[in-house]
Design a protein around this ligand. Structure first.
Ligand SMILES: Cc1ncc(COP(=O)(O)O)c(C=O)c1O
Length: 402
């Protein structure tokens, strides 16, 4: 499935609140917050020049979020950032003054954080980030996981001291359950998806993701002409597309959103011209992208500034993982989890089909940016799929500088 954007609000200006959430000033503040994190380093931007040559395009750069804040995925940027912001806001309210992130570890802020509990639903990675943020500030975390989340992923969340609660059903059921229980108990829901009347906190989560693109633009020799980003509820795609549209204006790259064929809620929304909830089908190997309803804020942004929407199937996703693990000579190896290489899978599919290649103008001048959104966040599953343990690939692979 491939669609160019034919929504009525395509290319209209972003909403004022989205401009503020994803603008340059907000992104600079995200970086300032990150500078206070102990394990903060920019993630590698890897050049895949042999693959680019093979595909007949000028360059491919992959931002490798497997190295983000010790969590193994880009989600490390969102949930924990929102938790820190919310604790500082609460401390400012209670102390009747503005409390800055530089005061995060003071006794005054710790006393406030201790009284707060943060709840969320997760496929795995977002919950890990919220749990990490809560542990960092000394708050409690209650993370709701649906039946499809592997025991490995649940254990990784619990290691941050969070309570994990198993919920019957899918991701969407766990979202509903988390917000219901949180409302009953006076907890703060830090969701990565939005619904009517609940936008601000997921907006903060998305704001955190802007760091990826800000770092990439600084490192790339020239800005990208094309970007492919995978989507679950659409949060990372919207953050990336929105930030690029704001900072690059008319020069923004052609932006393609990539969904799993079995959970294509963004593609189906693009087809319908409004956000749609799709029926649950078979589970997808792209476990972190298995969402059946888009984030309304993400959709509001993508309907304006995404240029195309496409799906990849199970085999295409797995093949991108294997290709990154065992690259053609000259390119470094990259450990991409089941949902990590999906943007690249989208690029490979688009460039090998004449119609999509020309619709997107993917020619010899194309400079493509993709994001490896996760490393081997479930190492057992990774080895099952790729046939090699993530550790041994990393030892062989070099983090190539640009
Ligand atoms: C590794 C990975 N990639 C991509 C996504 C999709 O992000 P979003 O749901 O914001 O679209 C997720 C979401 O959990 C994820 O964990």
């Amino acid at each position: 499935m491939f669609l160019t954007n034919s929504n009525t609000d395509y290319n209209t200006p972003l909403d004022p609140q989205d401009l503020e959430t994803l603008g340059a000033e907000a992104a600079a503040e995200v970086e300032r917050f990150l500078s206070f994190r102990e394990n903060n380093t920019e993630t590698p931007l890897v050049s895949l020049s042999t693959l680019a040559q093979e595909l007949g395009i000028s360059s491919i750069h992959m931002k490798d979020e497997g190295f983000r804040l010790g969590l193994g995925s880009f989600k490390a940027l969102g949930g924990s950032y929102a938790v820190i912001r919310l604790v500082l806001e609460e401390a400012s309210k209670r102390l009747s003054r503005t409390v800055d992130v530089s005061e995060l570890h003071t006794a005054e802020v710790a006393a406030v954080a201790k009284t707060m509990t943060f709840a969320c639903a997760t496929d795995g990675n977002h919950g890990r980030s919220v749990a990490q943020g809560a542990q960092l500030v000394g708050a409690r975390a209650a993370i709701f996981v649906h039946s499809g989340v592997s025991d490995e992923r649940v254990a990784a969340i619990a290691r941050f001291g969070a309570d994990t609660i198993r919920v019957e059903g899918t991701y969407d059921d766990s979202v509903k359950n988390a917000s219901k229980v949180a409302a009953e108990r006076g907890w703060t829901t830090v969701s990565d998806t939005t619904w009517p009347g609940y936008e601000r906190i997921p907006g903060l989560v998305m704001q955190g993701y802007t760091a990826i693109i800000r770092e990439a633009l600084r490192k790339m020799p020239k800005p990208p002409t094309h970007v492919f980003v995978q989507s679950g509820v659409g949060g990372i795609a919207a953050a990336a597309a929105g930030y690029l549209a704001i900072v690059l204006g008319d020069q923004r790259p052609v932006f393609t959103v990539v969904d799993p064929e079995r959970a294509a809620c963004i593609v189906e929304s693009a087809r319908a011209g409004h956000p749609v909830t799709i029926p649950h089908g078979e589970p997808t190997v792209m476990a972190m992208l298995e969402c059946y309803a888009p984030s309304l804020v993400a959709w509001r942004i993508l309907s304006r500034v995404a240029d195309a929407f496409m799906t990849v199937d199970e085999e295409e996703a797995v093949s991108a993982m294997r290709r990154l693990a065992h690259p053609v000579a000259g390119d470094p190896a990259i450990v991409a989890g089941e949902s990590g290489g999906v943007g690249l899978a989208g690029l490979i599919k688009a460039v090998t089909n004449q119609e999509t290649k020309s619709a997107l103008r993917l020619d010899a001048h194309a400079r493509v940016l993709v994001i490896n959104t996760e490393g081997a966040t479930d190492p057992v599953k990774y080895k099952e799929i790729v046939g090699t343990a993530p550790g041994s690939i990393l030892m062989k692979g070099e983090e190539a500088a640009v």
